[in-house]
Ligand binder design. Sequence first.
Ligand code: NAD
Length: 496
Amino acid sequence: DLTVISAVEHPALPKKPFTGRHLIDGGWRDSLDGATFVRRSPAHGTLASVSAKGGADDVEAAVAAARRRFDDGRWSFTSGKQRAALLTRVAELIDRELERIALLETLESGKPISQARAEIEGAADLWRYAAALARTIHGDSHNSLGPDMLGFVLKEPVGVVSIVTPWNFPFLIVSQKLPFALAAGCTAVIKPSELTPSTTVILGELLLEAGLPDGVVNIVLGYGKPVGAVMTTHADVDMVSFTGSTAVGKTIVASAAASLKKVSLELGGKNPQVLFPDADLDSAIDAIVFGVYFNAGECCNSGSRIIVHKDIAEEVIERVVELSKKVPFGDPLHPDTKVGAIISPEHCRKIDGYVKTAAKDGAEIRLGGGELAVPGLPGQFYQPTVVANVTGVMSVAREEVFGPVLSVLTFDTLDEALILANASSYGLSAGVWSESVHTCLEFARRARAGTIWTNTWMDGFAELPFGGFKESGQGRELGRYGLEEFLEVKTLQMRL
Ligand code: NAD
């Protein structure tokens, strides 16, 4: 009784896999040793891309190009006006290439084409927003330091930035970082995930078309080791901007410590939503269902655990289960599909492991709880899954499942709800549903998370900073804060 969308014919499917090469110093290159790797569509099984497989030597060349270009000032000393014009041009080119980028993103990640399009539109908005910020870089001045002294605080680009991104929103996440780094005047080396390398390569093409000087942005394709590891430890790299798992984030911090690089991290989440009895349940249930199945739950902001007041728990579970059955799961190329494939068979088994363990530990599987067969597609899908009777100690309530699995916990008092909400090593986002402004604000002040949503979930704005408390990361992206991450402060004292 789930809503499953079978395989569709897609007339625009590319006849050949996308070919990705490294972008180093303005030129497209194969790996020095000629190695490649492939990516198959996780839904369709077809060959989506063949990419150059980078090694330490490729990273060396890319870092050297970024370092030379930064040090010669050809990008870092351009005016904000020039940088803004280039970033705006990139946004226009992203608009032009939207369909091509969205299709490739869907083929490599398995996400629904409609959501891939929305992601690319959102990314173009970030390039435009960062373009506006490029003209607002300023520090301040002090004229109260005595009669013969002036002080200036200058904001300067941090330098060469290594950008390492995950597979779940590849084009959006690189666009949360790169345009802000470029607006600040930095140069960059980027490594997209080995599972979704190709849309970052298209971005590289668009940057060159827009007229970005050679070497400002370099892209090396390949795996965490050696490519990511060399990029994040290299002596000529000033800063690492990483989005991915908390486990890899910790290794990056540890290895970057040797050269005291600045490190900005966007990591995992186990995000609670608390529902009080006076909540507008129609809105809350729509948002919960959207928040847990969006991107098949493979989302750092997944609203993967709800903490519901005991008086409304049964009603909420029943309504969430009924609505979940109506969400179209299946072929990501169908325009109506809302939930596509799981990124890999191993990841699908990991999701299932969390659900099976919860059932063994006494949780109640109210919906789903297994792989989903989609007629005509060989790839892996997971059923919409609702797990009730979850307690705070179960792994399904504590760990990032990264699948379409909702855990339901219950509470009696606001204090109890807050203890459950904060009982996590993560602190990315949290939500509260209540018609009482007082309840919402009290929750918002006491919840330990970087973003709090009250009576909404997962809205995103270029203007508002995003980032995590605790093991969800350090630093912020987006907004003015997103620009400041890529700026260094220089103090200038001038005796008159
Ligand atoms: P991952 O940590 O496995 O990989 C992320 C990137 O790091 C990939 O490009 C990978 O090749 C690279 N990498 C792996 N080992 C490395 C190493 N030793 N040194 C340097 N780089 C290395 O994460 P993933 O599976 O691609 O993505 C899922 C994770 O990302 C989830 O935990 C999710 O919550 C998180 N995420 C967070 C945000 C956020 O904004 N907070 C957004 C999206 C995803």
